[in-house]
Design a protein around this ligand. Structure first.
Ligand code: XIL
Length: 473
C-alpha cells in the first residue's frame, strides 16, 4: 500500500470518478488491493485501472487514434485510466508545415479519454525525432529557434490547456554516455533549451505536470545519472519540472536490477516519476518459457513503481502486439505487450494484475496449456493447404475450443474441414466442430483448410486457444 496519504486521497477520488464515468469499476477498488473471492468470480478478468487506482497509481497505454473503436477501443476504455497518443501529438504530426496545424488525431485521443474518464499524457513537445524538416534542417540562431520552439509549445499545450495531465515536454535529450544529444535544439540554443521549453509549457498549461522523458534511464547508469543531475540543477534554478519519465523499452531478461533504487533517487529530488513507454520485447515466435518470464518481468516493473510513493503510474507502449512499434524497429523481436495480436491477454497481463494486488483464483496457469503444430502440406501459385494440430498440454479436459491466430502476410482462409473458420482482417478464429469439441489432457485434434496467398506465405508465429497463448510444436 502506498504510504503517501495525499496520493491515496487522490486515488480515491479517481476511483469514484471512474465509477461514475466508466460505470465499470468494481467494488473492491475502493476497499483495497485484495479483491474479495466473490468479486473475482463475478469478473473473471482483472481490471487494471481499478487495481492500479487502489494502489494509488494509474495504468495507461499508448494508443493509435484511428484504431479507437471495436475491440481495441473497448479494451482501451475498460482497462486503462490514462492514454498517450503514440504519434498524434508529435511535432511532425501537428505542424508538418510551419504555421499549418493538424489536430484531428490529437483531438480524437483527448476526446476519447474524456469520454472514458481517463487522463492524457501529452507526448511530446520537443524531440529530435519525428520533427519536420523545416525545423530540423532550418537555419537558426539561438533566438529564432527558441521563438519557434516556445511558439510551438504555446500553441499545442495551449490548445489542450486543462485537459492534459502530464506533458512529456522534452523527450530524449541525452546520449548513452550522459552527454547532451546534439539535436537541433541543443546545437542552436544550447543547454538552456530544456529550461526554456519547461517554462513555456508551464505558461501554456499551468495545471499540467511537466516531465523530461528518456530511454535507457531505468537503471542507475551514466545516462540516468545525467538526467538526475539535470533535474537537480533545474530544481535549484527554480525551473518548473515536476517529473521524470522512464520510457522502459526493455528486453526480456534485461530488466535493470536497480530500477526501484533509481526511481527512489529521483523521488528523493522531490519530483514524480512515471514509467512512460513500457514494453518487454523478445525474439519471436515466443516460447511458453519466454512468455512466463515476461509475466514475471512485467510484474517486477509494476511492483517497483507501486513500491515508491512518488511513482505516479505506468504506461505500456501499446497494449496489444497488433499495435506495437517493436517488430518494425527491432528485427526479429516482438510479442512485447500484455495482449497478443488477437486481443487475448497474455501471461504478462496477469503479472501486471498480480503486482497490483490481484489474486489468481487458482485456475491452472495459462502458460503451456496448449501446443500447436502448423504445417503447409501443399502450395501452388495462389493457394495452399495447411494442417493444424492442437494439443491439450494442460492437466484439465477441454470441452469446446477456439483457436486464434493472425496472418503475417495477408493470407486468407477459403475453405476448412474439421473446424469452423472465420476471418476478419488478418485475425482468424477456428472453432471446434461438434464432434471434436473435447480434447482430453495430453490429447490432440487436427483440422485443415485451404487458403490463398500472394507475395509470401509466412506461417503464423503465435496461436491462442480459448485466449491462452500456446507453444509451437
Ligand atoms: C514510436 C511510435 O510508437 C511509432 O509508431 C513511430 O513510428 C516511432 O515512434 N520513444 C518514444 C516514442 O518516445 O515516441 C516512440 O514511439 C518510441 C520510442
Amino acid at each position: 500500500m502506498k504510504p503517501q496519504s495525499l496520493r491515496r486521497a487522490a486515488s480515491a477520488i479517481l476511483v469514484a470518478a471512474s465509477l461514475v464515468i466508466g460505470g465499470a469499476a468494481s467494488a473492491h477498488a475502493a476497499d483495497g488491493p485484495q479483491p474479495a473471492a466473490a468479486d473475482r468470480q463475478a469478473a473473471a478478468e482483472p481490471v487494471l485501472r481499478d487495481l492500479a487506482a487502489a494502489q494509488g497509481i494509474y495504468y495507461g497505454t499508448a494508443v493509435t487514434a484511428s484504431k479507437l473503436n471495436g475491440t481495441y477501443g473497448t479494451i482501451t476504455g475498460e482497462q486503462f485510466d490514462s492514454i498517450t497518443p503514440g504519434n498524434e501529438m508529435k511535432w511532425g504530426s501537428v505542424e508538418a508545415t510551419r504555421g499549418s496545424f493538424t489536430w484531428s488525431g490529437a483531438d480524437a485521443v483527448v476526446d476519447f479519454a474524456e469520454a472514458h474518464g481517463q487522463r492524457v499524457r501529452g507526448h511530446t513537445l520537443v524531440w529530435h525525432s519525428q520533427l519536420p524538416d523545416w525545423v530540423s534542417n532550418g537555419t537558426w540562431t539561438a533566438d529564432t529557434l527558441r521563438t519557434v520552439m516556445t511558439d510551438h509549445i504555446a500553441t499545442e499545450a495551449g490548445r489542450y490547456q486543462g485537459r492534459i495531465d502530464h506533458w512529456d515536454v522534452v523527450n530524449e535529450p541525452f546520449n548513452e554516455d550522459g552527454t547532451r544529444r546534439q539535436s537541433v535544439f541543443q546545437t542552436a540554443i544550447g543547454d538552456s533549451y530544456i529550461a526554456d521549453a519547461l517554462r513555456a509549457a508551464r505558461a501554456a498549461d499551468p495545471a499540467a505536470k511537466l516531465y523530461v522523458n528518456d530511454y535507457n534511464v531505468e537503471g542507475v547508469n551514466a545516462k540516468s545519472t545525467a538526467l538526475y543531475n539535470l533535474v537537480k540543477s533545474l530544481k535549484e534554478q527554480g525551473v518548473p519540472i515536476d517529473g521524470v519519465g522512464l520510457q522502459a523499452h526493455l528486453i526480456l531478461g534485461q530488466v535493470p536490477s536497480t530500477l526501484q533504487a533509481n526511481i527512489q533517487r529521483f523521488a528523493d529530488l522531490d519530483v514524480d516519476v512515471a514509467i512512460t513507454e513500457l514494453d518487454i520485447r523478445m525474439t519471436v515466435p515466443p516460447t511458453s518459457a519466454q512468455l512466463a518470464q515476461q509475466k514475471a518481468e512485467y510484474k517486477a516493473v509494476t511492483a517497483a513503481c507501486v513500491a515508491v510513493a512518488r511513482c505516479e503510474g505506468i504506461t505500456v507502449w501499446g497494449f496489444t502486439d497488433s499495435d506495437s512499434w517493436i517488430p518494425d524497429f527491432f528485427d526479429g523481436y516482438g510479442a512485447a505487450t500484455p495482449y497478443d495480436e488477437n486481443f487475448q491477454p497474455k501471461p504478462a497481463y496477469y503479472g501486471i494484475a498480480e503486482a497490483l494486488g490481484w489474486v489468481d483464483d487458482g485456475s491452472p496457469d495459462p502458460v503451456g496449456a496448449c501446443a500447436v503444430g502448423y504445417a503447409v502440406q501443399s502450395q501452388w501459385n495462389t493457394g495452399f493447404t495447411a494442417q493444424v494440430t492442437v494439443r491439450n498440454t494442460s492437466t484439465t479436459a477441454i470441452s469446446g475450443w477456439r483457436l486464434a491466430w493472425s496472418w503475417p502476410a495477408g493470407q486468407s482462409v477459403t475453405q476448412a474441414w474439421n473446424a469452423t473458420v472465420t476471418q476478419s482482417g488478418a485475425a482468424v478464429t477456428a472453432a471446434n466442430a461438434s464432434y471434436n469439441a473435447a480434447i482430453a489432457p495430453g490429447a490432440a485434434v487436427t483440422f485443415g483448410f485451404n487458403g490463398s496467398w500472394s507475395g509470401g506465405n509466412t506461417a503464423p508465429t503465435a496461436f491462442t486457444l480459448n485466449g491462452t497463448a500456446c507453444t509451437m510444436s
